[in-house]
Structures are given as structure tokens and as C-alpha cells.
Design a binder for this molecule. Sequence first.
Ligand SMILES: Nc1nc2c(ncn2[C@@H]2O[C@H](COP(=O)(O)OP(=O)(O)OP(=O)(O)O)[C@@H](O)[C@H]2O)c(=O)[nH]1
Ligand SMILES: [Mg+2]
Length: 210
Amino acid sequence: MSPVTTIGSVEGVVLAGGYSTRFGDTDKAVADLAGVPMIRRVVDRLATLTDAVVVNCRDEQREAIQAALSDHDVEVRYAIDPVPDRGPLAGIQVGLEAVDCEYAAVVACDMPFAEPALFEQLFEHARGHDGAVVRLEDGWYQTTQAVYRAASMARACEAALDDDGRIITAFDQLDVVIVGEDELEAISERTFESIDTQAALRDAERRLER
Ligand SMILES: Nc1nc2c(ncn2[C@@H]2O[C@H](COP(=O)(O)OP(=O)(O)OP(=O)(O)O)[C@@H](O)[C@H]2O)c(=O)[nH]1
Ligand SMILES: [Mg+2]
């Protein structure tokens, strides 16, 4: 049977369309982290909530990502950026447009420690609203590890891209629940760790192997 969250059937969206410039010459999406490609770790995390995942990437990334996800139990669909390099907001839009459910968990490909329990809590907060996003103590919104109502957020992203290109402008048009970091229940800080550099990859690898 398909996994079902407290909010019903959901899908995952993995954002992978960036150029990984801080990471170096290779694509961090498919980088090996202790024997498993980073994007596969992310899909593994989502697979506890859903059996369908949309990967947003550029056309030329697709083959390597398909190889990294080969033989995964989850159904993977690809949402290819029509115009590359328009930033994460455009990636969220393109990914969410390919979603078939009302709500989706969005996560960046470089967050291999994303906690399924966080998404469960965000789905609970998002019920009846346009999404749920964590605000960290420093005021930063964790927009790339969040839950959105797919259709309304995709439309708001499009409008924000035509305006000032800021995700907060998209939120202004929506009823997105802002969840304080202190409201999260038993979630490790590692959930928001993103692997942007080779040094961060090595550091994560050391901790995984301990
Ligand atoms: N579709 C799309 N996704 C993007 C774009 N830029 C970033 N992202 C995604 O948004 C997430 C967070 O972005 P970053 O951590 O800055 O990733 P990045 O831009 O590939 O890496 P840097 O070049 O080092 O900034 C990652 O999952 C990226 O794949 C973009 O221009 N288009
Ligand atoms: Mg970037």
C-alpha cells in the first residue's frame, strides 16, 4: 500500500537545477556521500512519506540523476527547467507544476539529512493552508525544505518571478503557515544541513562513518 501522511496522499519535489558552483566541477546532486548519491539519500527520506517524487533539474543533468536513482522503489518523474539558471524559486515553480497531489514536500538535493518527521509536522501545520515553512531563530525561512499547496504556490512563484523574484513576495500572496524553529518537535538540527562544498561533504562523510 502507498504511504499516506496525516494530510492524505502527497508527493515529493527534489530541487536539483542549480549549478553547484561552490561544490566545484561536479554536480552535487549526484555526488557520492558515504557510498550513496546525495539525491538518492534525499529520495530515500521522501520515500517514507510518498511513493512519487518529482525531480526538478536541467536537461543535461537528467541522465546522471536517473542513474543515481536507478532501481528505486519510488516513482520518479522529471520536471525540466524550460529556462535554466533562474534560481531556486523558478525550480520550486517548475517542480510544483508537475505535482499531481494537493500538497507536496519540497526539498533541495543537497539536504541528505532531511527528516521525514519534519515533513509530517509541516503537513499537519499546512492542512487547510497554502503551505508551512520553518523560520529559524535568525529569521531565515527554510524555503527549500518545506511543504506547499502545489497549485497555489506554483502560481505565486510565477507572479513573484515576474515581480521582484523574491520568495517572500510569493508568500505575501498566500496563506503560508510560518512555523517557529522552537515549535518543532524532536527534530535534529541536521535536517537543515546543506552540503554546498567539498569540505561539507567530507565533514558529513566523517560523521556518517563514525
Ligand atoms: N531549477 C533551479 N534550481 C536551482 C537553481 N539554483 C539553485 N537551485 C536549487 O536550489 C537549491 C539550493 O540552492 P544552492 O544550495 O544555492 O545550490 P546551487 O545554486 O546549485 O549551488 P551554488 O552554485 O554553490 O550556489 C539546490 O537544490 C539547487 O539545485 C536554479 O537556477 N534553477
Ligand atoms: Mg545557489
